[in-house]
Design a protein around this ligand. Structure first.
Ligand code: MN
Length: 285
């Protein structure tokens, strides 16, 4: 199995290095990761500056870009093969609930998924790398267990005849409690919880008397009920959340269809009296 490994904390981060060692025991691992910390860069791509790739080892390269940049260029020209799996992490801190929208760790795995390659994002629930080697061993156990599914997907994608169809790639978000191995109770599939809104922005004056704004910390968990990633990890389980990309609010499609229909009727109306006082000249309705 050939694994493309990336992260958002940078190629020198202990989380990536521990995971590379653990995965290297049974897979070919190629690292393409950001040069510097790119946490909270989500799926951002760098379109207005050149990207450079440097080698830091036989199987380690770093890029002056985002996590998604790294996976994107690896899959579209840097690697001379298509990896079987994209793995991201291990992140320095949790990526649960709303974190997944902002997470560069998830973004790297998602970039593989967008290209049809299965992806897994790994995060440690606490910052500071406590019990990192235990977490890397657990991550490697999960990847090893998924190896048959990964290779079956690959054969199916390659059109190998006689192979059961695994046409859709999958994307997993995995959070590992910062606990010693003996206190980990197992793996549990969980939905994403929700967080409260983030803490207020922090302001300071710089030495020139100008105001600096620092983004505040993520909010505490709001929905951490049983079945969520917050709940599972607090109970000592490794949480596994299968993710999808479709952000459509399917439940309210019908409601918004009514609104769109009403607007269309209004737009086709002859004199459009409703607009008379609106000052909306030149608008479609
Ligand atoms: Mn990070």
């Amino acid at each position: 199995m050939r694994i493309l490994l990336s992260n958002d904390d940078g190629y020198q981060a202990p989380g990536l290095q521990a995971l590379a060692r653990a995965l290297g025991a049974f897979a070919e691992v190629e690292v393409v990761a950001p040069e510097h910390n790119n946490s909270a860069k989500s799926n951002a791509l760098t379109l207005n500056a050149p990207l450079y790739v440097h080698r830091a080892g036989e199987h380690v390269r770093y890029v002056n870009g985002t996590p998604a940049d790294c996976v994107h260029i690896a899959l579209t020209g840097l690697l001379d093969y298509r990896p079987d799996l994209v793995v991201s992490g291990i992140n320095n801190g949790a990526n649960m609930g709303d974190d997944t929208i902002y997470s560069g760790t998830v973004g790297a795995a998602m970039e593989g998924y967008l290209f049809g390659v299965p992806g897994i994002a790994f995060s440690l629930t606490e910052k500071g790398w406590a019990h990192l080697d235990d977490a890397a061993a657990l991550a490697a156990e999960l990847v090893h267990a998924l190896q048959p599914a990964v290779l079956a997907h690959r054969r199916s994608a390659d059109g190998v005849s006689g192979e059961a169809a695994h046409p859709a790639p999958w994307l997993l978000n995995v959070n590992i409690p910062s606990l010693p191995r003996a206190q980990i109770r197992g793996f549990k599939v969980a939905r994403l919880g929700r967080r409260h809104a983030a803490e207020p922005v922090i302001t300071q004056l710089n030495p020139r008397g100008e105001t600096m704004y620092w983004i505040g910390a993520a909010g505490p968990a709001k929905d951490d009920a049983e079945g969520t990633d917050f709940h599972a990890t607090r109970q000592g389980y490794v949480s596994i959340t299968p993710l999808q990309i479709d952000l459509t609010d399917h439940a309210r499609l019908a409601y918004w269809a009514q609104t769109a229909a009403a607007l269309s009727t209004q737009a086709r109306g002859a004199a459009a009296p409703a607009r008379a006082s609106g000052g909306g000249e030149g608008r479609p309705w």
